[in-house]
Ligand binder design. Structure first.
Ligand code: NAD
Length: 256
């Protein structure tokens, strides 16, 4: 497939396991991709491995200046912007609400909520200049249900669904579609951190609990989640906006 030939995409948190898979898939399908991450060296390594004209940029998503400059700089370098994937995120801390650290709460919201807000704020004018485009926000099943021990993460992912609907409503007349994805656990660093953070052991207890709760009996691969995100970012999803999409191995079968 070459759904992104001639298109320019920026992925935040692109040095992480999911961000790199999204960037690779976009590039494989023809996009010029900018891998943005607070960890520039890791983003550069990922961009080099993807090859082609993939580029890396240091971007702290909590900084309005960083986000604006990275997006406008990328648009100048490649001639415009067509796709933004707000993927950067942190799991935050692990404690019940009464014990949760306020600074960790603020930091989690700064990355997960403010970061995606800033991405949309500064990408929309660039997408308008192209006559439209697509934004995909990476939420979580934690944005659809309670997640004991992870109040800031769960709240932040609920907030992402709200901002997805708001910007989709504001920008549909400009041809800009905004969607969100809600993945269940994905193999990688973040789940190792959550398993040990919530489990208080080497992580095997929480890992088996999660696996048992997922009808398909396993975590997602980053590539499976990247495939959904790239579909939503592509013209194949031209009639989809303002919506969130589970990719959860059946975890939500009995949810509304
Ligand atoms: N891993 C999962 O099981 C899972 C499930 C559902 C949703 N998600 C969401 O998917 C997204 C990607 O997760 P992942 O598993 O790839 O995590 P990851 O930890 O592998 O990657 C996250 C990336 O974000 C970057 N980052 C952190 N703070 C940043 C900042 N201030 N500015 C820019 N970049 C920053 C990190 O450097 C890292 O490269 C996150 O939003 C996460 O909440 C993950």
């Amino acid at each position: 497939m070459s759904r992104f030939t001639g298109k320019v995409a920026l992925v935040t948190g692109a040095a992480g396991v999911l961000g790199t898979a999204i960037s690779r898939r976009l590039a494989t399908e023809g996009a010029s991709v900018v891998l943005a991450d607070i960890d520039l060296e890791a983003a550069q390594r990922a961009a080099a491995e993807i090859g082609g004209d993939a580029a890396a940029v240091r971007m702290d998503v909590t900084s309005g200046d960083d986000v604006r400059e990275s997006l406008t700089g990328s648009a100048q370098r490649f001639g415009g912007l067509d796709v933004l994937v707000n993927n950067a995120g942190t799991e935050g801390g692990f404690a019940t609400t009464t014990e949760y650290d306020d600074d960790v709460f603020d930091r989690t919201f700064a990355i997960n909520v403010r970061g995606s807000y800033l991405g949309m704020k500064h990408a929309v004018p660039l997408l308008r200049a192209r006559g439209g485009g697509a934004i995909v926000n990476v939420a979580s099943v934690a944005g659809l249900q309670g997640t004991p021990g992870m109040i800031a993460y769960g709240m932040s992912k609920h907030a992402l669904l709200g901002m997805t609907k708001t910007v989709a409503a504001e920008e549909s007349a400009a041809g800009i579609r905004v969607t969100a994805v809600c993945p269940a656990p994905i193999e990688g660093r973040m789940m190792r951190s959550i398993e040990s953070g919530l489990g208080g052991d080497d992580g095997t207890t929480v890992r088996s609990q999660y696996r048992d709760a997922i009808p398909l009996g396993r975590y997602a691969s980053p590539e499976e989640v990247a495939a959904l995100i790239c579909f939503l970012a592509s013209d194949e999803a031209a009639f989809i906006t303002g919506s969130w999409h589970r990719i959860d191995g059946g975890l939500g079968i009995n949810s509304a």
